[in-house]
Design a protein around this ligand. Structure first.
Ligand SMILES: [Zn+2]
Length: 323
């Protein structure tokens, strides 16, 4: 069930500053870079940043070496109010005294496999943060849940906006559960290719941008990455899926994967104070070609990048090189 990435790591174009402090490594946008004020407030801010798939994958890779082999001594539910109420008894029964044997991911769900018949499922929703801290670290506001480990750490789940999710499910057949069974293929695997997109688009109409965001088509492609992948593939975001040729579907599939892989290599893109499992701040920005760049020149063709709103969400694109 875990998704392993395949293929060579691409060269990463970095464009951020960093500063190392004694206790944490903070990466922040360079001060001279433009600010990300968004006209329709859709862009994530420090409080409302939406973790996307690359952030979850970075979190998974960062947590895995620290969690694997550890025993969960106790689960503490401090505030059960999340997207679905947290069932503390079910979590404790599933996990207490059990060892963590795997850390997987499906779409934006983290799956903590235990040496029991159960796995813990965690979704960060819109503002959830999962960090591994020393167990004696003081509680923070909005701390909903704590997994106390035999390493003297606790895995802390905070979620100011409470759209997150934490539950225990039987590991056997877990992907048939209602939370997963309608999700499309993982974009980082070979399951995503031009044929898959072309088949999914058959008998459909509607703009390709919305199609890419549909989790039944591909699991976990968010707004930022859909815009970037369409630009890289040279496809206009409003183009109907009924009017895209096979070779262009193939190109789009490749660019979706490449966009996500580059963001993962950069350590996560979301423009907020997302914190990965080591307490590193993911608050930095990879080189986005169109997203957030309305009014600027397209690096590929020089035309001015535009913003339109599709289904209530901002789409950034270049009218010169996206057809
Ligand atoms: Zn262009």
């Amino acid at each position: 069930m875990s998704t392993q990435l395949a293929g060579p790591r691409r060269p990463v174009r970095r464009r951020f500053c960093s500063n190392q402090t004694r206790y944490s490594f903070v990466v922040e946008p360079c001060p001279e870079r433009r600010s990300f004020a968004d006209p329709d407030n859709e862009l994530p801010t420090r409080d409302t940043g939406l973790p996307e798939l690359p952030e979850i994958e970075v979190l998974r890779r960062s947590l895995a070496p620290r969690l694997l082999g550890r025993t969960i001594e106790r689960i503490e539910v401090l505030n059960p109010s999340l997207r679905e109420p947290v069932d503390g008894e079910a979590l404790s029964a599933a996990a207490t005294g059990n060892r963590i044997v795997g850390l997987g991911r499906r779409a934006k769900f983290l799956l903590i496999d235990l040496d029991s018949p159960h796995s813990l499922v965690i979704h960060l929703g819109m503002s959830g943060r999962l960090t591994l801290v020393q167990d004696d670290e003081p509680r923070e506001r909005h701390e909903h849940l704590a997994l106390h480990l035999d390493s003297g750490h606790r895995l802390r789940f905070r979620d100011p906006r409470r759209f997150g999710l934490v539950l225990a499910l039987p590991t056997e057949g877990i992907l048939d559960d209602r939370h997963f069974n309608r999700l499309g293929p993982e974009p980082l695997t070979n399951d995503l290719d031009g044929d898959l997109l072309e088949r999914a688009a058959a008998r459909r109409k509607g703009p390709v941008k919305g199609f890419l965001l549909d989790p039944r088509v591909i699991a976990g492609v968010g707004n930022i990455y859909a815009c970037e992948a369409l630009h890289r593939a040279g496809i206009h975001p409003a183009r109907s899926v009924a009017r895209i040729a096979a070779r262009r579907w193939q190109r789009l599939a490749e660019e979706v994967r490449a966009t996500l892989e580059e963001a993962i290599a950069d350590g996560g893109t979301t423009l907020n104070d997302f914190v990965d499992g080591e307490g590193k701040s993911g608050y930095f920005q990879v080189s986005l070609a169109v997203y957030g760049h309305e009014g600027e020149e397209c690096a590929r063709c020089g035309r001015t990048i535009r913003r339109i709103v599709q289904s209530g969400r901002s789409t950034f694109y270049c009218p010169g090189c996206q057809r």
